[in-house]
Design a protein around this ligand. Structure first.
Ligand SMILES: [Zn+2]
Length: 219
């Protein structure tokens, strides 16, 4: 009867410790939906929940709580157009920067990037800066002005990565141009062949016809 009190989709049954009864009990493990408050906004999440069949009560497992909040934070970020953790990680990764060094380069607290990459919601100003830094040219310019904050060895490494990304971009642009020129050439040649082809084909065809006729006459 209690089972109907909240939406509950059973996944499995298990016999284990019920923290409410303080004893081993038959439990149903399943999913329910919950509204979590994230920065004052209600976010609906699917959460895992236990139902104690003997005691007739629900309880959450602490181990499932983390997933639930992570999922709510992801949804909140999507709703607000904020970068997701993995997008933030991707920015620094391509330049070989650790979380700590990236935070230093930005003049933010040492664990700020770590917090964002493990799911915490970044504030709007930080999100704006990170969004701009996703752009290669912007990062390159930013790095040129702030690089002295970092150790010389690291500056060299990041610079190498910037250079190789730039080379890659240049090669990509060159490839695109070659492809475009080749395309134009093909189109031009196509137009040229297009004009001459009918005569050539007619000529070939009539030759074929003639020789066939000759063969036919000879037969
Ligand atoms: Zn119980």
């Amino acid at each position: 009867m209690m089972l109907n009190k909240i939406p509950f989709k059973e996944i499995s049954r298990i016999h284990k410790e019920c923290p409410v009864c303080d004893n081993e009990k038959d439990l149903a493990y399943g999913e329910t939906t919950e509204i979590l408050k994230v920065r004052g906004e209600g976010i609906e999440v699917t959460s895992k929940i236990y139902f104690c069949l003997d005691g007739g009560h629900y309880f959450y497992d602490i181990e499932d709580e983390e997933d639930k909040f992570q999922s709510a934070y992801r949804q909140y970020k999507r709703r607000k157009g904020l970068l997701q953790s993995e997008e933030i990680k991707a920015i620094r990764n391509q330049y070989g920067l650790s979380q700590k060094n990236f935070a230093r380069l930005l003049n933010w607290g040492d664990i700020t990037i770590h917090r964002y990459e493990t799911g915490a919601i970044q504030d709007d100003v930080h999100n704006d800066v990170l969004t701009m830094l996703r752009d290669f040219d912007y990062f390159k310019k930013y790095f040129e002005t702030k690089r002295n904050i970092l150790e010389p060895d690291l500056v060299r490494l990041v610079q190498q990565n910037i250079d190789s990304i730039e080379q890659g971009l240049r090669r990509h642009t060159a490839d695109l141009m070659i492809k475009m020129l080749a395309e134009q050439k093909r189109e031009f040649r196509g137009a040229f062949i297009g004009e001459t082809q009918p005569d050539y084909i007619r000529q070939g065809a009539s030759e074929g016809y003639c020789s066939n006729e000759e063969l036919a006459l000879a037969a």
